[in-house]
Write a protein that binds this ligand. Structure first.
Ligand code: CS2
Length: 493
């Protein structure tokens, strides 16, 4: 039904039987970053490949800047996904044209149309990738009503449900208010790396609605809005000019914003829909009753080690994940980290944890991907709690000591000093940069306690843990990361 072609050296879209404008999007996606374009949009493309006469199309919304809209609108939403694998000098790349986005909007200019799409009868799914900080949650998972943007959205929606909102909870509350007046149920899917993402999202939206519109909150509580949990997995580095040049060289056209990613793509989604859905299973999605064990496994065995690699790489001037993995002792430490974290999983006994770990290590080894450690290092204070602290808590409650995870905390705090071991300045990009860099610059004995206190973790009172982190921190300062990693991988308990 919808096929792509080339017009004057750019990608465009031919519509065979119906104009694109006649096909209403049934998915509205908020936060159209590279991840959503490599993951959700690709699954929807696969759905449409099977049922081409009745395509599911996505209205993609950028909340913060117009760049994606400006790049993709001239190519009618079509872009290239480059799947990279193999050795760097002889990569085994494949190029897929993704055509499941039918329009791209920007909240700053197109708010009216976005509101219309969110409220439309045809819209069955509202999904989002807004990163951890976009949820405006406090450490305990409740809505951060004290944040300026959230409190502004609350005031706006109280006065006028059609007012201009800014935050994710604001947009969703507004969408649900509209939909409740027409009785159009909707499934709202978080595609972010949050623990229990469905329930967490439900919590903040429920709180927001409770404060601004009781009848919409009641309507949602009656089961007209569902929040399936989901676990997404695909490694997606930021797009570079090399990616654009590769598309041009291989496909002979210019793509303003291709996506480079790995061949691997995985999605586990809870069977909790209260509106129409594409045939997800047909597209390769695993639909389950409870995604929590899968999510724990992914957060703790992939994302946890990923952040460990990122800070280690930043501190030791290793630019990409594969660069870190190429150092044998680092690789052993990443494996050790995984083994420590794996003890806390609750997967069914049939799940082969060893095979899962090997698969992840092989993905980290992918040199063609060029995944920068600086990219993963961003927003550490939003990631560390679910990736590391949740694991440490389980192990410490069992009375066990942690080595690799304690070392990871030491490496992170050392990285927060903002200079690599060779003296290169590091850019710390985090919503709490100011507090974190202040803590990192203070007394070495205090750093571990202060950073855990800032994250509102009870682990800040765990003296044994604090003493381990502090010892590793001192070792890092005195002898460097190489010495710490060596001690970790050679010490036998
Ligand atoms: C990464 C993730 O940047 C990060 O924090 O750990 O984006 C990771 O690549 C994805 O979750 C993989 O599915």
């Amino acid at each position: 039904m919808v096929v792509c072609s080339l017009t004057e050296g750019r990608i465009s879209r031919d519509v065979l039987s119906r104009p694109l404008a006649d096909i209403a999007p049934r998915i509205v996606h908020l936060g159209l970053g590279a991840f959503a374009r490599a993951h959700l949009a690709e699954y929807v493309r696969r759905v449409n490949d099977k049922r081409s006469n009745d395509p599911w199309l996505i209205c993609g919304v950028s909340l913060r800047n117009p760049d994606v809209r400006d790049a993709l609108t001239p190519q009618q939403g079509v872009y290239t996904i480059i799947e990279r694998d193999g050795p760097r000098d002889n990569p085994n790349d494949t190029f897929v044209l993704c055509d499941s986005l039918s329009e791209v909007l920007f909240a700053g200019d197109d708010a009216e149309l976005i509101r219309e799409r969110l409220a439309a009868a045809e819209t069955q799914i509202i999904s989002m990738t807004v990163t951890e900080k976009g949820y405006c949650r406090r450490a305990d998972g409740t809505l951060d009503v004290d944040s300026e943007d959230v409190s502004q959205d609350i005031q706006t929606l109280k006065k006028n449900p059609y007012g201009v909102v800014k935050t994710l909870p604001g947009w969703l509350a507004q969408a649900i208010i509209y939909r409740s007046t027409s009785a159009y149920p909707v499934t709202v899917i978080s595609l972010d790396n949050l623990p229990d993402n469905g329930q967490n999202l439900k919590q903040i939206v429920g709180e927001m609605l409770g404060l601004v519109n009781e009848s919409a909150a009641r309507w949602m509580g009656e089961g007209n809005v569902s929040f399936p949990g989901s676990v997404l997995d695909r490694i997606v580095p930021a797009t570079t000019d090399v990616d654009r040049a590769d598309v041009e060289a291989h496909l002979k056209f210019y793509d303003a914003w291709p996506i480079a990613t790995e061949p691997y793509n995985n999605w586990v989604l809870e069977d909790n829909f209260c509106s129409d859905q594409p045939n997800w299973r047909e597209a390769g999605v695993t639909v389950v009753a409870d995604a929590t064990p899968f999510e724990e496994a992914k957060l703790r065995l992939l994302n946890g080690p990923h952040s460990f690699i990122a800070y280690l790489g930043q501190l030791t001037d290793l630019e990409t994940v594969a660069d870190v993995m190429r150092v044998e002792t680092n690789r052993l430490a990443v494996h050790g980290f995984m083994e420590e974290a794996a003890q806390t999983l609750r997967m069914p006994t049939t799940f082969d944890v060893g095979a899962y770990q090997r698969e992840i290590l092989a993905r980290f080894d992918n040199v063609a991907l060029q995944h920068r450690t600086a990219q993963i290092a961003m927003d550490g204070s939003e990631k560390v709690p679910q990736r590391w602290l949740a694991v440490i808590e389980v192990l410490r409650e069992r009375g066990e000591s942690v080595r690799f995870l304690a070392a990871a905390l030491a490496i992170w705090t050392r990285y927060l000093e903002g200079v690599s071991e060779s003296g290169v300045e590091l850019v710390i990009s985090d919503p709490r940069t100011e507090q974190l860099t202040r803590i990192a610059a203070s007394n070495a004995d205090q750093v571990a306690t202060d950073v855990l206190t800032l994250l509102q973790s009870d682990l800040s009172k765990d003296e044994a843990l604090i003493s381990d982190v502090t010892r590793y921190y001192r070792l890092l300062a005195d002898e460097g990361a190489g010495a710490l990693i060596k001690e970790l991988v050679t010490r036998t308990e």
